[in-house]
Structure formats: structure tokens, C-alpha cells
Write a protein that binds this ligand. Structure first.
Ligand code: WQD
Length: 337
């Protein structure tokens, strides 16, 4: 039996494929390389010494997706990482985000239904909690007061999945709400490689430290936080990947249901705490300047981790220093190539 991984060459997808292969799960990857690089596939094989099938395609292309399911009757479930994921960019490009994220997922779900594949792990996001909920965020909280189109696509897809499950309880769904994944595999062979200028904090910091970018713009220091800069729940991408293996194990055990889980560490760090920890761990200087707030940002976000710990047996093990060290190790290794 195999798991189809959409966006499996991407940052989170590739780290999850490594953990799936390490757990002897057979994997089929589809990716269009719109936010990833082909060489990641070889790196996954180098790390795991395992092979997998790959299709270069848009996950939203119904004809090509049908072909994948026709050629691989072993597919028993799908993990969906494909999708655009930058808060700031989504405010500038709402149509692209709604089309790629929502229409793509609908095509995927319709194809799964046609082939009676009902095991589904969805990459959701802490942004679904919006700005009306108190922290720490709990899975039972109302979602929807999102401040950007990226977060709204995740709210819509979660709602689609809940309506789908209500209509047919033989579906077997895990909705995973990611907080802020950073870091890289300890090998330094795979990591975060956003196309163009990074939208997210850590990929920007490492490029300032390497000299590729001049300085970090800190988006506001007038938030109601200890040092005035935004606070987020950063977790190591390998911990996040391991959370997916745990979620799949639960779906394999339960056989049907719909579950929502936070994947975070349960503690928040400010932008300047990330900068200072990165400098301490790597010995590199990170030049920065304080600028205006970024549209769509909120002050503070971090997870309540009780449910994912109790029901998945999952807890983030790596600390902020590991995240900074591994992020920098990846950049150093990729510059030596
Ligand atoms: C983090 C903090 C910024 C860049 C989004 C998605 C989330 C996840 C990660 C998918 C904020 C500040 C950032 C910069 C800065 N996506 N910042 N200067 O917006 O919390 O979350 O990305 O996995 O689902 O919502 O992440 O890294 O963009 O920002 O000051 O150049 O860093 O204001 O406080 P965000 P981020």
C-alpha cells in the first residue's frame, strides 16, 4: 500500500517524505516545482537510501491526477502539502491563492472519491485561528476571522472537509494546523528554498547572515509583546514531519473519522529572540531595521499542544537552538556545492 504526497518536493513535504520512508511507508510524490527544486528528490533518496515514484504535475490537473490513481492502485491515502503559503504574498495575489489552494484541493478530493481513497492528511495552518481567539490556540476554538487570503483558503478547505465527512463518515481525515516550521534535516541536504525573496522570517535571516541579502526588515516593534515584535510558535520541520507519521498511524488505526490537531511547541518566541538566538548559535551577525507592520500579521500566536500529545502521542522534541543551527547548516552546505 502507498501514500500519495502532493507537494512532496517542497520544504515540509520533503521532510515528511523522509520520515515516511524511514518508517517503511511506500510513497508516490507529485510536484510541479512551482516552489521547490528537482534536486530535492535525489537528496531524499540520499538521506533515506529508499526509492519512490515521482510525477511532475500540477496537483489540480484532474486528467493527470486520474492517471496517477489509474497507474497506482496501491494508493491508500493522500497527504496534501501542495499549495501557496505566504501570508504577505497572499494579500497581494488573492486569486492565485484561492485558485491553487482551493480548486486544487477540490480536484484532489473528487479524484480520491472516484477511486474510493478516503484517507486524507491536510496541511492546515495556525492562521485559521485569526485574530479573535485567545492564546494558546485550542482546536475547538472558532476559526474564520482570518486576516489574509492564505489563511482564508485554509479555513475554506477545513470547512469543505468537515462538510464532506458529515455527508460520508467513511472518510478518514486528519487536519493538521501547523504553527511556524523552521530548521532543516540534520544532514543539511534538504531545507527551506523559497523561490525569490523569502516571505518567511527564518529563510530571510539565513540569507542576511550569508550575505545574500543586506538586512532583515523587522515588521513592527509596537505589538503588545515583551519586546514589541511579533511572537510565533516556531517548531522544527523534522518534528512537524514526525507529527504527520503519527497522524497517519492514527488514521490507520481508526479507519474513519475527522480529527483536528495543532502541531506546535506550545511556546512563542519574538522576532528579535529568533534573531539573537540565531546569532548566538551560529556566530553570524544579522543586520536588521525596524519597519512598519506587515498587513495581515497578528501580534501573538502559539499552540495548546494537549490534544496532539494525548491523541497522537506526539510532542516537539527539538529546541530553538536546534532550529537555528539546522537552518544555518543547510545554507552553509548548499553554498559549498
Ligand atoms: C513570522 C514573524 C512577521 C518576515 C506564515 C503562515 C504559516 C506558516 C509560516 C506555512 C511575524 C515577522 C517575517 C520578515 C519579519 N506557513 N517577519 N520580517 O506570517 O507567522 O506564518 O508562515 O507553513 O501558516 O501563516 O510567518 O515567517 O512570515 O512571520 O519581521 O522578513 O516574523 O511579522 O511576526 P507567519 P512569517
Amino acid at each position: 500500500m502507498s501514500i500519495l504526497v502532493t507537494g512532496g518536493a517542497g520544504y515540509i513535504g520533503s521532510h515528511t517524505v523522509v520520515e515516511l520512508l524511514n518508517n517503511n511507508v511506500e510513497v508516490i510524490i507529485i510536484d510541479d516545482f512551482s516552489n521547490s527544486k528537482p534536486e530535492v528528490l535525489e537528496k531524499i533518496k540520499q538521506i533515506t537510501k529508499k526509492d519512490f515514484k515521482f510525477y511532475r504535475m500540477d496537483y489540480g490537473n484532474a486528467e493527470e491526477l486520474k492517471k496517477v490513481f489509474e497507474e497506482n492502485p496501491s494508493i491508500e491515502g493522500v497527504m496534501n502539502f501542495a499549495g501557496y503559503k505566504a501570508v504577505g504574498e497572499s494579500v497581494q495575489k488573492p486569486l492565485e491563492y484561492y485558485t491553487n489552494n482551493i480548486s486544487g484541493t477540490l480536484t484532489l478530493l473528487n479524484t480520491m472519491k472516484k477511486y474510493n481513497v478516503k484517507k486524507f492528511v491536510f496541511s492546515s495552518s495556525a492562521t485559521v485561528y485569526g485574530e479573535e481567539n485567545d492564546i494558546p490556540y485550542v482546536e475547538t476554538m472558532k476559526t474564520g476571522s482570518t486576516t489574509n487570503p492564505y489563511g482564508t483558503t485554509k479555513v475554506f478547505i477545513e470547512r469543505i472537509l468537515q462538510d464532506l465527512y458529515k455527508s460520508d463518515t467513511t472518510w478518514n481525515i486528519a487536519i493538521l494546523r501547523y504553527f511556524n516550521p523552521i530548521g532543516a534535516h540534520e544532514s543539511g541536504l534538504i531545507g527551506e528554498e523559497p523561490q525569490g525573496i523569502p516571505n518567511n522570517l527564518m529563510p530571510y535571516i539565513v540569507r542576511v547572515a550569508s550575505g545574500e541579502l543586506k538586512e532583515l526588515s523587522v515588521f513592527g516593534n509596537d505589538y503588545p509583546t515583551p519586546d514589541g515584535t511579533g511572537v510565533r510558535d516556531y517548531l522544527h520541520v523534522v518534528d512537524l514531519a514526525k507529527g504527520h507519521v503519527k497522524a497517519l498511524e492514527k488514521l490507520n488505526k481508526d479507519q474513519q473519522g475527522l480529527h483536528i490537531y495543532n502541531l506546535g511547541t506550545g511556546r512563542g518566541y519574538s522576532v528579535l529572540e529568533i534573531v539573537h538566538t540565531f546569532e548566538k548559535v551560529t556566530g553570524k551577525k544579522v543586520q536588521y531595521k525596524i519597519v512598519d507592520r506587515r498587513e495581515g500579521d497578528i501580534a501573538i500566536a502559539y499552540a495548546d499542544t494537549k490534544k496532539s500529545h494525548e491523541e497522537l502521542g506526539w510532542i516537539a522534541e527539538k529546541n530553538l537552538e536546534d532550529m537555528c543551527k539546522d537552518s544555518w547548516n543547510y545554507i552553509e552546505k548548499s553554498q559549498k556545492k
